[in-house]
Design a protein around this ligand. Structure first.
Ligand SMILES: NC(=O)c1ccc[n+]([C@@H]2O[C@H](COP(=O)([O-])OP(=O)(O)OC[C@H]3O[C@@H](n4cnc5c(N)ncnc54)[C@H](OP(=O)(O)O)[C@@H]3O)[C@@H](O)[C@H]2O)c1
Length: 379
């Protein structure tokens, strides 16, 4: 069988790197057609040398001439034009969207338009434009498979079920690096501490989101738009072992969950090979590892971001754009040492309180509101 054609958007990041590790592990199964990244040109160069893609997109056009001189056979582009070129040069069987933040919205929309299968890791696109993307997904010939491990778990468990039998969906949360330090004062949390996640190797933005628990808030919203359950039927349980990723409660009292070792290659590989499965993309979980599984209710006083995300979901779509933009700005300021960790929820809540509902009929409205909030945050 000929290999599946693959586009990796966000190839230099954590999700992109895991995706390419799967390509390495299963020679002949995938052919890398295109790669897109932002600014990490050194890592991109090593990926071009190894995978020999036809098309490459970078964040800024000023990098292109040096890259063209080094790789004359590769077509280089930048920005949105580059993302489109990555997906249209030849038919793409599977695109993995691992671009971080709001910047992932355009790649997500394009991937849904042009690719047979989209492995969607970027959660912010569903947060800011969930209703519009739901329509894109319904009208698109492309299959959208969530790569976020919790949503991938729910996707797998939901398959073939009757909606009316299900009472709620469950997303687990590792609790992030602060879980083991209940006494730590939140205004003393350093950037190094916040980005050092105990279970998962992730990029800096999602690692901080995980420490504030905004990540789980974004995931509740993501689950709402992916699976069409209301906010009050999406449970969150802190589960420090990160072995149970997601579950469904059925009205007869049964719970069916999906379990693996904590390794993103499981859900990325699932999306890449869907509807089949790769053989041992990650090692088998043992019952010994499952012997001690803990679950706690999240502490919403210590981690108000989860509450803010739930409130924004109830308040309506434009509040979700505000939540996301304010969070991205706040996390960036924290990573640059300009605000304290404990300032992040206060910063976001202030923006949410100032907002009044606006309609978001088109993607352009989402881009405009996102920009407006970022401008307001910087004043
Ligand atoms: N990492 C995980 O385990 C994990 C789990 C579940 C969901 N996710 C979601 O997956 C997404 C990626 O997370 P990550 O941890 O992989 O982030 P990351 O390590 O920071 O990587 C982000 C990737 O996006 C690229 N990028 C940023 N801005 C771009 C732009 N304007 N155009 C093109 N590429 C751009 C970056 O390129 P440069 O580095 O070259 O600038 C990098 O390749 C996030 O939405 C996250 O929430 C991640």
């Amino acid at each position: 069988m000929s290999p599946q054609t693959l586009s990796v958007l966000g190839s230099t990041g954590s999700i992109g790197t895991f995706t390419l590790e799967i390509v390495d592990k299963f020679p002949g199964q995938f052919r890398v057609v295109s790669l897109a990244c932002g600014t990490n040109i050194e890592k991109l160069i090593s990926q071009i040398e190894k995978y020999n893609p036809q098309v490459v997109s970078v964040g800024k056009s000023d990098e292109i001439s040096a890259l063209r001189a080094k790789f004359p056979k590769v077509k280089f582009f930048s920005g949105n034009e580059g993302i489109s070129a990555c997906l249209q040069t030849e038919p793409i069987d599977v695109a993995i969207v691992g671009v971080v933040g709001f910047a992932g919205l355009y790649p997500t929309v394009q991937a849904l338009k042009y690719c047979k299968k989209v492995g969607l890791a970027n959660k912010e696109s569903l947060v800011v434009a969930g209703t519009l993307l739901q329509k894109e997904i319904e009208n698109s010939k492309s299959i959208c498979i969530p790569v976020d491990s919790e949503h991938n778990a729910v996707y797998q468990v939901l398959m073939g079920r009757k909606r009316e039998e299900i009472s709620s969906i469950v997303l687990t949360a590792s609790g992030g690096p602060l879980l083991r330090y209940p006494e730590m004062k939140l205004d003393e949390v350093t950037t190094d501490f916040a980005v050092n996640h105990p279970n998962w190797k992730m990029g800096p933005k999602i690692s901080v989101d995980s420490a504030t628990m905004m990540n789980k808030g974004l995931e509740v919203i993501e689950a709402h738009f992916l699976f069409h359950y209301p906010e009050n039927q999406i449970e969150v349980w802190v589960h420090p072992q990160s072995i149970v990723h997601g579950a469904l409660w059925f009205k007869d009292g049964s719970c069916i969950a999906q379990l693996t070792k904590p390794d993103m290659k499981s859900s990325i590989g699932y999306a890449m090979k869907y509807p089949d499965r790769l053989d041992w993309v990650i090692p088998k979980l043992t019952f010994k590892e499952m012997a001690k599984l803990e679950f706690f209710e999240p502490d919403l006083k210590r981690f108000p971001c989860l509450r803010l995300a739930r409130e924004a979901l109830i308040a309506g779509p434009s509040y979700l754009v505000v939540l996301n933009a304010a969070n991205e700005v706040a996390v960036d300021l924290f990573l640059k040492g300009k605000i304290r960790f404990s300032d992040i929820p206060t910063f976001i809540e202030k923006q949410l309180k100032q907002h009044e509902t606006v309609g978001l009929g088109h993607l352009e409205d989402v881009f405009a509101l996102d920009q407006e909030i970022r401008n307001r945050c910087s004043n």
